[in-house]
Design a protein around this ligand. Sequence first.
Ligand code: XMP
Length: 511
Amino acid sequence: MQKVLILDFGGQYNQLIARRVRELNVYCEVHPHDMPLEEIRRFDPIGLIFTGGPGSVYLPDAPKVDPGVFALGVPILGICYGCQLMAQMLGGRVTAAQDDSAREYGKTPTVFDESCALFTGIGGESVTWMSHGDYMAAIPTGFVLAAHSAACPTAAICDAARGFYGVQFHPEVDHTERGRDMLRNFLYGICRAAGDWTMADYKTQAIEAIRAKVGNGRALLALSGGVDSSVAAALMSEAIGEGLVCVFVDHGLMRKNEGDEVEAVFSKRALNFRRVNAEDRFLSRLAGIEEPEKKRKIIGEEFVRVFEEVAHEVGAVDFLVQGTIYPDVIESGKGEAAVIKSHHNVGGLPDCVDFREIIEPLRMLFKDEVRQLGRELGLPEALISRQPFPGPGLAIRVIGEITKEKLDLLREADAIFREEMARAGLDRTANQYFAALTNMRSVGVMGDGRSYDYAVALRSVQTGDFMTADFSRLPWELLDRVSVRIVNEVRGVNRVLYDVTSKPPATVEYE
Ligand code: XMP
């Protein structure tokens, strides 16, 4: 399989570059910019991409690349910082823009020279996304200018003979109108890619590799019903069948019918499936607890305890399967941001089981690829395109103390909201939507009588990365329908609120 190597200089869109390349059916990996030359040779890339980054190439501690990469005979595309670095290392000159007019941030009309192979079919003017304070004051010998904007004569450079291309803007973001076409030109026109990265092939190769590794051994997997662990389970079961033991801990904090749906999918497949109904255990440990972080901690601990007990019954296993995906791999090793909430992911439990080795069959895949693989493996669409659901489940959507009654009430309200969202076709556009049970009761009038019942909050957000989110502008008619249905159909609720807060300052979940 052909590979493109992306060298990471710390830019914020680096993962996006990799996703775009993969979407174009070319396999790529992201590695640190200081990857040793020998390793780069062994990687044997058909092309290199230098990413953007926050640094300035002329500063003493600026991240660099081994100069030997320019002698590998492999095409290189430098993006923003990566472009400036290439220019500087090959004899050009990069400086800080002296006056504000030479700095460019945001959507910028840019004119392209179609004779440059990067811009084949993209001549004329179109919008690019610029974000740079430095610029190339002099380009290296052998290069020609291939694009310009009003403020910047050096928006793109190319040296066709050596296969070196650089762009000041970011072709990987949607704001660059023809960005995907430029990446396609680089991969197919310049690197001569064959487009041999498909999920059907990956599935075949992954299954062979798992079989070769596991042989007749046994592997244990904690199945949560989420996309990653479900796809990992389906892949492993295709590879080793009954050798796979899947443990599904039902903590009683799932949405309506969710536990049964997971069981229905996996109990049909060739694998050793165990569902543990642990609702009572979780609820009794959570009784009386109001503090969100304490709830999360208890759920995490209890989960490990239940899993440990089942693992002991199962006996020694050779492998523990984890649903780690590529963004986790790329991000690990970077500084940790402030802990706003201690996330609990039902999944990784390496300390509590007697096993020889960890298998991470999805560790090189992005989320969209995991979904694609799930389709190849015949998992139902409802499971594959499932919206994110937090590990602690409904526990962090029942504000304050958790009881079975409150959970049941919330499950009903949430199911109504989800059903109506789907009926309105909005389940495809909203990125996450759910009901939460506020800890507030208020006075209402039902029939001729007074009620004093709970208020349910509806939350729906638009987001790409879940780091920031905007509330969905849902139609009034839909909100009206959901509100009427919830108050009529769910006993104990007499008020429905819609959450119009974005993140920040709020978070997506309530606790
Ligand atoms: P917040 O509430 O932090 O949520 O804005 C951002 C995204 O993360 C999900 N989330 C979790 N996922 N374990 C998870 O696996 C957790 O403990 C957890 N807490 C929040 C949340 O649903 C949203 O998609």
